[in-house]
Design a protein around this ligand. Sequence first.
Ligand SMILES: Cc1cc2nc3c(=O)[nH]c(=O)nc-3n(C[C@H](O)[C@H](O)[C@H](O)COP(=O)(O)OP(=O)(O)OC[C@H]3O[C@@H](n4cnc5c(N)ncnc54)[C@H](O)[C@@H]3O)c2cc1C
Length: 537
Amino acid sequence: MQSEKRQVVIVGAGMAGLTAAAFLACQNFDVLLLDKNDRVGGLVSGFESNGFVFDTGPRAFVNSGIVKPMLKNLGIEWEFLPNVVSIGIEDQLFAVRSMQDLQQYQQVLTQLYPEDEADIERIIAIIAQLSQHTAVLYEFDNPNLVDLKSDRKFVFRKLLPWTFKFLLALRKFEQYKLPMEDFLNAQAANPSLIDILIQHFFRRTPTYFALGYFYVYLDYFYPRGGTRALSRLLKEKVLECGGEIRLKKNIVEIIPAESKVIDSTGCEYHYDSLIWAADLKTMYRILNPARLEAKIAEKVEAEAQRKQSARGAESVFILYLAVNRPPEYFRQRGGEHLFYTPSRRGLGALNQQVRLDLTQNFDQKSKEEVFQWLQDYLRFNTYEISIPALRDETLAPAGQTGVMVSCLFDYQIVKNVEKAGWYDEFKEAFEAGVIRILSESIYQDFDADILFRSSATPLTIQRTCGSSEGAITGWSFETPPPVVHTLKDIPKSVRTPLANVYQAGQWAYSPAGVPIAMLTGWYATQDILKQAKKKSR
Ligand SMILES: Cc1cc2nc3c(=O)[nH]c(=O)nc-3n(C[C@H](O)[C@H](O)[C@H](O)COP(=O)(O)OP(=O)(O)OC[C@H]3O[C@@H](n4cnc5c(N)ncnc54)[C@H](O)[C@@H]3O)c2cc1C
């Protein structure tokens, strides 16, 4: 049996693991990064097919005052292209280029729901307020990532006044922590209007996050070469700094009493510190508590139970299309990054009682009922549409366009469908349904110009990234997440009951996404650096 010793072993080469590996390798730690896949990036990945490049994860990145400074600190330079987000409902479309465009949002909503003018005005005012507080979070690079000693002027003139605004924003967020559904039900009478506002987000997203997101639309950027460029750049940095990356290494057991992890071939990797940058349900499932001190074993058991009883957030169904129409055609219809809702009616019960009934009583449903639900769900849903070639023209053959269309989707329904043996047919129905809806609305008759297509389901995501329930941003908001979820406690989110084992990535803190994955990866490195300093004293 192979066995070797490293200072730091990191499991999971997604954005969190890559970030941690890059920072530690550049600090001369002996780093080994392991991933079960044959490529790095985890959810941030992409593929090429016949000259069309598709992003399989985020359609673009939100900087959040984290991603760019993090890359800068690592000495990574790259070209970042603008990414304008647009919002469309039926034939009403507008681009979000500044906070002024909130007025356009108000006009569009008022035109669609004239009887709800007063409710819309009140909600827009709250969006403006929460977006202003969200802007405070994004105003500067995260102070942890900036060399404050060398810029005293910045500290006194900008950072100190900002700290007060920041504390105020935290207080406001605390006030607006309730789920958006509950908040909006108290603000508006029209269920369709409420649906239109919430369909962009995960179920029961905290109000401050969802309504403050209007500002976040302004913070998106797109790396030249596609989103996967970011994971490639981090990988190169790990290797340049002497770190080692080993792929196709599926970790199946953690034995903390012996400070080692074991892969599916029986190979053992010993560590001084371990960073688990992957699914936390998996971590606690494979963690062997044998020979741990009783008190610690108890804590591990309690954490394991908390994690196993929680659920991952909603997943996505993604359609990849190669279209024989030039990018310009799409620029005039919502552009590179569009949140599009083809019908003002909204999902209503289809995403509530009917969906729940479908997940809980699936065995009693006929195939026709399930497929009919799918068609209705597609008709009234909101889609995130992304067009790589409108940011970087090299990402599709000349005169043609790659289009990605996705919507949030319940993992359990697809899992049940697979069990019933209808998986391929369901995928086919999803693809055909989305194409038909878009052909009849925003991209008239484009079904005739589709060169080829494929799709990814929540099960694809679970299989490729080992993400429980195919979740794309960690824990569901439907029950309290079993991890730290207050902004001021983020640094603590990387700790586990085991002194030399850290957790990082989208599962470590909630709500999460790429910036949080990277930030928690970085926080884990800071704890390891501190421990190393203490030891060397
Ligand atoms: C369609 C889509 C849209 C998104 N949109 C956005 C967005 O707009 N904004 C945003 O911020 N975020 C978005 N996200 C979420 C974002 O991509 C993730 O939150 C982030 O990339 C998570 O990074 P991570 O490193 O925590 O985890 P992952 O990317 O899941 O990486 C975990 C890695 O661990 C590996 N692994 C798992 N188990 C094991 C094991 N037992 N042994 C070895 N390796 C293992 C996996 O192979 C994987 O490579 C989106 C994601 C998707 C899929």
